[in-house]
Write a protein that binds this ligand. Structure first.
Ligand SMILES: *Cc1c(COP(=O)(O)O)cnc(C)c1O
Length: 237
């Protein structure tokens, strides 16, 4: 078995343990394989091990990879999630080629994605990114501006607002990990109380996955624990 297959199997086990400890069904947590900086052959190895959902951060790299993987494995249907920063003049290929976008943090970007989503495709699944730790360097809506933007995005016809995404500040302090994810969960609950039909909390990476699941994550975004250490820096698109 390839090490990618082993890593995926171990992660599914870890997800199941974390879910059961939180008295949640393991199937309520989806594993998103973050394949940024890794090539089509690594994605293909994961596909052979049963993985279907992949996350990408850099647009040009992602488009090339989507094409390459489709050529190598035309028979499998994959789900591609865009999780990186979005430039508002580059929304069209995202609207056309992806199934999900986790990193929407401006109404203008949401409006463009909605207008540019091809009518033949299902509405684009959207998570609004929230800057939960208040770091100036991080993208994301502030908790204060979230409710109004969420209400506006929920009305866009080309989109289906599914939930929230967050990347809390990196910390080894497990209590702080829990506190940050619980704060995202509280925002999510408030949006639902406001009447939005949300079902997705995209939070947790390789280093803080278990805390995220304990606080309600429904998608964990895992890169290095599947594909290994990222040594190369991607070309930014
Ligand atoms: C790279 C990345 C991940 C995966 O991080 P790992 O630490 O490799 O698991 C998850 N989410 C986002 C937004 C990322 O950019």
């Amino acid at each position: 078995m390839s090490s990618i297959a082993t890593n995926l199997q171990e992660l599914q086990q870890k997800i199941a343990v974390a879910a059961e400890q939180a008295q949640r069904a393991p199937a309520s947590v989806q594993l998103l394989a973050v394949s940024k900086t890794f090539g089509p052959s690594a994605v293909l190895e994961a596909v052979r091990a049963g993985q279907r959902a992949f996350g990408e951060n850099y647009l040009q790299e992602a488009l090339d990879k989507i094409d390459a993987v489709a050529a190598l494995a035309p028979e499998v249907v994959l789900q591609w999630h865009f999780i990186g920063p979005i430039q508002s003049n580059k929304t069209r290929p995202i609207a056309e080629r992806f199934d999900w976008v986790h990193s929407v943090d401006r109404e203008k970007v949401a409006r463009r994605l909605s207008e540019q989503r091809p009518a033949a495709l299902a509405p684009l699944n959207i998570c609004l990114q929230v800057n939960i730790s208040g770091e100036a360097s991080k993208s994301g809506l502030s908790p204060e501006e979230l409710p109004q933007v969420a209400a506006q995005v929920a009305r866009l016809p080309g989109l289906r607002l599914r939930g929230l995404m967050a990347i809390p500040e990196a910390t080894d302090d497990v209590a702080r990990q829990h506190a940050a994810f619980a704060a995202v969960r509280a925002l999510y609950d408030r949006c639902r109380a406001d009447g939005l039909a949300l079902d997705t909390l995209s939070m947790g990476m390789s280093a803080d996955m278990s805390a995220a699941i304990a606080e309600g994550a429904t998608i964990v975004r895992i890169g290095s624990a599947i594909f290994g250490h990222r040594s190369i820096q991607p070309i930014r698109s």
